[in-house]
Design a protein around this ligand. Structure first.
Ligand code: FCB
Length: 460
């Protein structure tokens, strides 16, 4: 650990999961169906044909997982609340058995000395809300704020840090743009309406959380570091469009209270019809946040491309006249994602340069890698690639801090191997190996490495 970067006392090391990816027990204690339950039943949607029905069985085994966190020595644990457990139909009174589960979890974490970080929405929309239009409909934003108020009324006194949405880019563009995620549709303007309604839902939920007196609230965005493939003008313009879709259409409304400047160039005719935007929305969306969470895994290099679909009436919201180019010569994870830790440092410093004092304190709310882990004969998992990934990204975080970026915590995705969305159980991100047939947890070498790294970095 001698060359491990130093972090000051108070810097928070954490680990993360999300409800649908780990809990299982999808039919228990009154939980209603979510869009992921429905999507998993669709043939071909999930690579291994699986679902989150059992996942890591965390709903039943959560005490074991809290013990793993305590032993790891993390100061924070980021988890999400399943909206369909709290309001099985997405509206109406609270289902007390659902809320009890999270109250127990929060109490157990606090008792173990681990600060809970609660995400309200990590993609598991109640199915009845999707049936009524989902995020394409502004009503979902209003429902989301009501749900936030219900959770805050019960947990607001002891839950210190709240995240409204996880990665709204994925909800809007993978859910409604290319259909790789639930609800699995490919649309144009309705997907842009979904993006807007996610932002409005965030703003309304911030209001509900403030009204309940919560201490800290913000959002978690998956921000990309985008580079042009060449310095040619058309590739530079393509990079601006990519940045607009990935980053700027989220950060400009949230941090500056304005829409992205390059949105017409990025979406053409699709953004001309803006009747989903109302006066006052930007003021709502840009309500001050106590922190900005950033999920980072890999960067993008892009070049100019024509519209994939020339007819705007049939174009999806992810058709933006850019295409990704490969990153030769760097290692790729089991997701096929290039490993470029320096891009994390550049992303952080460029955010600081762009937004200055408008940028709230930052937290890395997810970072990690999927690797081809297999237990050795002695049962241990020697995941040297994951250790190298985490170490290099922590170093990038330390460099950004040394350059003056106000970044206060780093969270590994994930505590446990889990249901990796459209990849099912075929991709493992955990510090802890999960044998899915039995639920047996086995800490990997990376867990022991992270534990030692935390201890070393916090030694006096
Ligand atoms: C992020 C998600 C998280 C997990 C990681 C690998 O986009 O927030 O649930 O799937 O990617």
């Amino acid at each position: 650990m001698s060359d491990f970067p130093a972090f000051p006392p108070g810097f928070e090391f954490g680990a993360a999961t999300s409800a649908y990816q780990i809990e299982g027990a999808t039919g228990k204690d009154g939980r209603g169906p979510s869009i992921w339950d429905t999507f998993c039943l669709r043939g071909g949607a999930i690579r291994d044909g699986s679902s989150g029905d059992t996942a890591c069985d965390h709903y039943r085994r959560h005490r074991e997982d809290v013990a793993l966190l305590a032993d790891l020595g993390v100061s924070t644990y980021r988890f999400s609340v399943a909206w369909p457990r709290i309001q099985p139909s997405g509206a109406g009174p609270v289902n007390p058995r659902g809320l009890d589960f999270y109250a127990r979890l929060v109490d157990d974490l606090l008792a173990a000395g681990v600060t809970p970080v609660l995400t309200l929405y990590h993609w598991d929309l109640p199915q009845p809300l999707e049936d009524a239009g989902g995020w394409r409909s502004r009503d979902t934003s209003e429902r989301f704020a009501q749900y936030a108020a219900l959770v805050a009324a019960r947990l607001g006194d002891r839950e210190p840090r709240w995240i409204t949405l996880n990665e709204p880019w994925c909800s809007a563009f993978l859910g409604y743009g290319n259909g790789e995620h639930a609800p699995g549709v490919s649309e144009g303007t309705p997907a842009l309406a979904a993006a807007h309604h996610l932002l409005v839902g965030h703003g309304l939920a911030m209001g509900a959380l403030r009204a309940a007196g919560v201490r800290e609230a913000g959002i978690a965005l998956n921000l990309d570091h985008v580079s042009p493939a060449t310095p040619r003008a058309d590739d530079l313009a393509a990079a601006v469009r990519a940045e607009t879709q990935r980053n700027v259409m989220w950060t400009e409304p949230l941090l500056e209270g304005r829409y992205a400047a390059a949105e017409s160039d990025t979406w053409g005719e699709l953004i001309e019809c803006q009747d989903f935007r109302r006066d006052g929305d930007l003021a709502l969306v840009s309500a001050p946040m106590d922190f900005l969470g950033i999920n980072y895994y890999t960067p993008s290099t892009v070049r100019a491309a024509p519209w994939r679909e020339p007819d705007p009436a049939r174009r999806t919201a992810m058709d933006n006249r850019f295409e990704a180019v490969p990153h030769p010569g760097v290692r790729h994870t089991a997701m096929g994602w290039p490993v470029v830790p320096g891009a994390l440092r550049q992303l952080l410093t460029s955010l600081r340069d762009r937004y200055g004092a408008r940028l709230p304190p930052l937290h890395i709310t997810e970072n990690g890698s999927a690797e081809h882990d297999a237990p050795a004969a002695d049962g241990t998992v020697h995941d040297a690639e994951r250790i190298a990934y985490l170490e290099s990204h922590l170093r990038a975080v330390a460099e950004a801090r040394a350059e003056g970026v106000d970044l206060r915590g780093y969270t590994v995705w994930s505590l446990l191997d889990n249901f990796e969305w459209a990849y099912g159980y075929s991709r493992r991100f955990g510090l802890v190996h999960v044998d899915f047939p039995t639920g047996t947890r086995t800490p990997k070498a990376s867990y022991h490495w992270y534990k030692a790294a935390i201890a070393a970095s916090q030694a006096p």
